[in-house]
Design a protein around this ligand. Structure first.
Ligand SMILES: [Zn+2]
Ligand SMILES: [Zn+2]
Length: 290
C-alpha cells in the first residue's frame, strides 16, 4: 500500500511567512560560517547536513490539497473518504482539477448526515461561481460502516469532535492503515479509550491528530483535537507499527514542530524503549509504503 500526504496542517492553511523564511536563511548562513564553507561545490552536502527545521518545511496546506496530478492522460477513478465537513477538510473541493474532466469519476464517501447537500452547498453561487462538476458522485455511509472499494476493505468509527468526525480503517492485502483525525481524547479511562484502541489494533500505519503539545491540549479543552503524547500512548496500547503525527496547529512553525517531534521521540525512548513503534512527523509530500 502506497501512502502519500497532501496537506498536513490543521484548522486553517498557514503558509510560511517572510519572517520565518528569513530566520531559516539566517540560521543556515550562521551554520555555514561555523562550518567554514569555502567553495560553492560544498553547498549541496552542507544543505543536506542542516537540521530539518532549517532545510525543510512541513507545509501549510490543510487536508484537501490534491489539486493537480499527472494522471498520464487516462480517465481517473478516484475514491475520496471524507472525515467531516469542517472547512479545512473540504475547502479544496471547488479547485479539485480532476473533477472538471467529465471522463473522470470522483466518488466522495462520508458517514455524517447530508453528505451530498453539504458538499453541493459549498458551491452555491454566493460562495463559488462554478457548481460542482458532474464527475462527482456520492456514497452516503452509516456511522459504523464496513464496505469494499474493489479489493480494499473500509470501516468507519465515530470520533470525539465538535459536530462529529469519523476515522477510517483501510485494509488491503493484510496491510492496514488508520486515518484518525480530528479527535479529542479527554477521558483517558480504559473504558472510554477502548473502542478506539480496538479500532486502531495492529495497524501498520496510524495517522493521528496530534495538533497540540500536551500542555496546549489541556488549555484548549473541547477544541476537538489531540496531542502527540496521547498518540504515542494509544499507538503503543493498540500495538501499532508506525504512527504518523498530522493536523499540525497553524500557529506552530517548523522549529516548534520539529522540537515537538524530538520531544516525542525522547518520550517514546524513555517510556517504551522495548516497543517496536516507529513515529513520523507528517509533512507535505511525505511518501510511505506500508
Ligand atoms: Zn481539521
Ligand atoms: Zn474538524
Amino acid at each position: 500500500m502506497k501512502v502519500r500526504f497532501w496537506g498536513v496542517r490543521g484548522s486553517i492553511a498557514s503558509p510560511m511567512t517572510n519572517a520565518e523564511l528569513a530566520v531559516k536563511i539566517e540560521t543556515a548562513l550562521q551554520l555555514a560560517v561555523k562550518a567554514g564553507l569555502k567553495a560553492e561545490t560544498e553547498i549541496p552536502a552542507f544543505i543536506k547536513s542542516l537540521p530539518c527545521y532549517v532545510r525543510e518545511t512541513v507545509g501549510g496546506n490543510t487536508a484537501w490539497d490534491m489539486m493537480r496530478r499527472d494522471y498520464g492522460g487516462n480517465p481517473v477513478e478516484a475514491h475520496i473518504l471524507l472525515t467531516h465537513t469542517h472547512w479545512d477538510h473540504i475547502s479544496g473541493i471547488p479547485f479539485f482539477v480532476p473533477g472538471f474532466n467529465p471522463k473522470n469519476r470522483v466518488t466522495l464517501y462520508g458517514p455524517f448526515p447530508n453528505l451530498e447537500d453539504r458538499i453541493r452547498n459549498q458551491q452555491k453561487f454566493e460562495y463559488f461561481p462554478v457548481p460542482l462538476p458532474a464527475a462527482f458522485h456520492f456514497v452516503q455511509l452509516k456511522e459504523n460502516s464496513v464496505f469494499q472499494i474493489g479489493e480494499v476493505q473500509v470501516e468507519t468509527l465515530p470520533l470525539n469532535h465538535p459536530g462529529g468526525s469519523y476515522s477510517y480503517r483501510i485494509t488491503h492485502k493484510n496491510k492496514r492503515l488508520i486515518y484518525a483525525t480530528d479527535s479529542e481524547y479527554k477521558d483517558l479511562s480504559n473504558q472510554s479509550l477502548m473502542p478506539f484502541i480496538r479500532f486502531f489494533r495492529h495497524a501498520d500505519l496510524l495517522v493521528f491528530d496530534a495538533q497540540f503539545t500536551l500542555l496546549e491540549n489541556i488549555e484548549k479543552e473541547d477544541w476537538g483535537h489531540s496531542n502527540v503524547l496521547c498518540g504515542i500512548d494509544m499507538a503503543i496500547e493498540a500495538e501499532v507499527k508506525k504512527l504518523v503525527l498530522i493536523h499540525h496547529d497553524p500557529a506552530y512553525n517548523d522549529q516548534k514542530l520539529y522540537k515537538m517531534f524530538k520531544d516525542a521521540s525522547e518520550y517514546l525512548e524513555i517510556y517504551a524503549p522495548d516497543r517496536n513503534l516507529e513515529i513520523c512527523l507528517a509533512y507535505e509530500g511525505l511518501k510511505l509504503t506500508v
